[in-house]
Design a binder for this molecule. Structure first.
Ligand code: PEP
Length: 265
């Protein structure tokens, strides 16, 4: 039995300003109830963090996070947002190293490691994303890329830091494309990540999510794999009804005979 939570994480990317975020919360809240061991995480655009965090504050199973933060606390970084700024408005988590940050904005492994360390130091949980491009996959370099991306974070952290870190495996070719990894492919890479963590003495409590074109129709087959502790979802998290349906379908696939997900709370 796992002592890891089951996580459904919504990455809204550049969608839903504050009023849309409030409207989403109003519709979504009555569609789900808290379940032991299950966490619902939302990553809205920075300007919507406060509105969403306030709208969802009565739900202990829900947390709101930033999509990106700077590693410095303040300074001359035009357009940047610091961790104290996002925590002040209600963020308790942050995405780090999402493939759109890495590939569209040129974020490096070293920057990802710095942001991860800064988030931990400031007391918010980083959800660190790793994943290979199609060219890397076709070139047979998937494992090498994952080990390299993960390695830079492992090097930057102390073993005990990992109590407060979550990871997402998101193959870049699967994000927003409608093509998702097969459950077997995803499970294999999750196993590799877990092995790499183990090789560095890292606790088994780190949740590892899968992301890439997950929807209500495919989430159950992915989450029946014990290696997957949840999903990180973009497009299918934007509509409250669809997102609630996805959470419901995914939860059914993972529920244990005890009625919860095995995490001691
Ligand atoms: C993402 O943005 O992390 C993601 C997985 O997007 P999508 O679900 O749209 O592929």
């Amino acid at each position: 039995m796992t002592d890891r939570p089951l996580v459904f994480a919504a990455n809204w990317k550049m969608n839903h300003g504050p009023s849309e975020a409030r409207a989403f919360a109003r519709k979504f809240l009555p569609l789900t109830t808290p379940v032991q061991g299950r966490r619902l995480w939302f990553f809205p655009p920075a300007v919507s963090i406060e509105a969403l965090a306030q709208s969802l504050h009565q739900r202990p199973d829900i947390a709101v996070g930033a999509q990106n933060v700077h590693w410095e606390l303040k300074g001359a970084f035009t357009g940047g947002i610091s961790i104290p700024m996002v925590t002040e408005v209600g963020a308790r988590l942050t995405l780090v190293g999402h493939s759109e940050r890495r590939h569209l904005f040129g974020e490096t492994d070293e920057q990802v490691a710095r942001k991860t360390r800064a988030a931990l130091k400031a007391g918010i949980m980083p959800l660190v994303c790793v994943g290979e491009t199609l060219a890397e996959r076709d070139g047979g370099r998937t494992e090498q890329v994952i080990v390299r991306q993960l390695g830079s974070v492992i090097q930057a952290l102390e073993t005990e830091d990992w109590e407060h870190v979550a990871l997402a495996y998101e193959p870049v070719w699967a994000i927003g494309t409608g093509k998702n990894a097969t459950p077997d492919d995803a499970a294999q890479i999750h196993e590799l990540i877990r092995m790499e963590l183990g090789r560095h003495g890292v606790t088994k409590r780190v949740p590892i999510l899968y992301g890439g074109s997950v929807n209500a129709g495919n989430v159950a087959s992915l989450l029946t794999r014990p290696q997957l502790d949840g999903v990180l979802v973009g497009g299918a998290s934007l509509d409250p009804d669809k997102w609630a349906e996805l959470v419901e379908q995914g939860s059914r696939a993972k529920v244990r005979p005890s009625g919860g997900y095995g995490m001691v709370e």
